[in-house]
Design a protein around this ligand. Structure first.
Ligand SMILES: [Zn+2]
Ligand SMILES: [Zn+2]
Length: 274
């Protein structure tokens, strides 16, 4: 069911439930209580709710989002090009790649996308970037992990993410791509490494036209000091993939440093002017 609506109430907050989902700190007052008991107690005090619409979750699983909201963020498109992540043209359904990317040189091996960057998905991604709504980004990460598990033939060994510049990290208090990567790693049973860093500030890609985006992020990323990706394959995560230039740039950094193969995944694919 495609739900076209605004979400005036975003249920995600930094509640004890969110703290539990993110892992208890060693110095937490709860740290000596077994996780299963702590979880059962918290579910009594804070009944699980959908992180997007705030409605009660009848049958709460690992992903705190109701079925209607999951349908709404995924949208109607179920067929994406495995090479560039764009929606497949109707005449090529059933084929692995689309027509548009045939002549493009793309450094990554495969792309997985959860939904289009529009409607409920756009609202969820924008809200989930805020520190207070981090549980919403965690739910999107869980959904993305499930999508990767069902679509990707060979899951890479290590999950990593597109880094944010320290100024943006400071302003937001969270790194959305890292939150997603942590959940993807949990679903896929893969370690998550902060492999790269952003070495200079960039203009937000969404504010630029396609031609300016590649120049904006050229040489903006580098490997983290003392990090060696030699001989490993990587799954690179970001929240939104529009032209793909950011994903290309970080992929090149990893490949140049010795990664054997890089696949990419994003919760949302910008396919229009977004
Ligand atoms: Zn919901
Ligand atoms: Zn394509």
């Amino acid at each position: 069911m495609a739900v076209q609506r605004k979400f005036p109430f975003m249920a995600g907050d930094r509640s004890p439930r969110a703290a539990l989902a993110g892992g208890l700190r060693r110095d937490s007052a709860w740290s000596h209580v077994p996780l299963s008991i702590a979880r059962a107690f918290l579910e009594m005090v804070y009944p699980p709710t959908c992180t997007l619409c705030g409605g009660a979750l009848v049958d709460p699983g690992a992903i705190e989002m109701c079925d209607a909201c999951i349908d709404a963020v995924r949208g109607k498109c179920r067929h994406w090009c495995r090479r560039c992540g764009m929606p497949m043209e109707p005449m090529r359904l059933g084929e692995p790649t689309c027509n548009r990317c045939l002549k493009q040189k793309l450094p990554f091996a495969e792309v997985v996308v959860l939904g289009r960057y529009e409607g409920a998905m756009r609202e969820a991604v924008i809200a989930g970037k805020k520190f207070i709504h981090e549980p919403l980004m965690m739910a999107l990460g869980g959904l993305l992990g499930e999508q990767i598990a069902s679509r990707m033939d060979s899951i890479p060994e290590i999950v990593t993410f597109v880094p944010s510049h320290w100024r943006r990290r400071l302003g937001r208090g969270t790194v959305p791509a890292a939150t997603l990567a942590k959940q993807v790693g949990r679903v896929l049973g893969r370690p998550v490494h902060a492999a790269t860093r952003c070495v200079r500030g960039t203009t937000k890609q969404g504010k630029l036209v396609a031609d300016q985006r590649a120049a904006n992020i050229l040489n903006a990323f580098a490997l983290r000091r003392r990090y060696h990706p030699n001989g490993h394959s990587y799954l690179l995560i970001d929240d939104v993939m529009t032209t793909g230039s950011t994903m290309c740039e970080v992929t090149r950094v990893l490949l140049a440093a010795g990664a054997t193969r890089v696949c990419v995944a994003a919760t949302a694919r910008g396919v229009g002017k977004n």
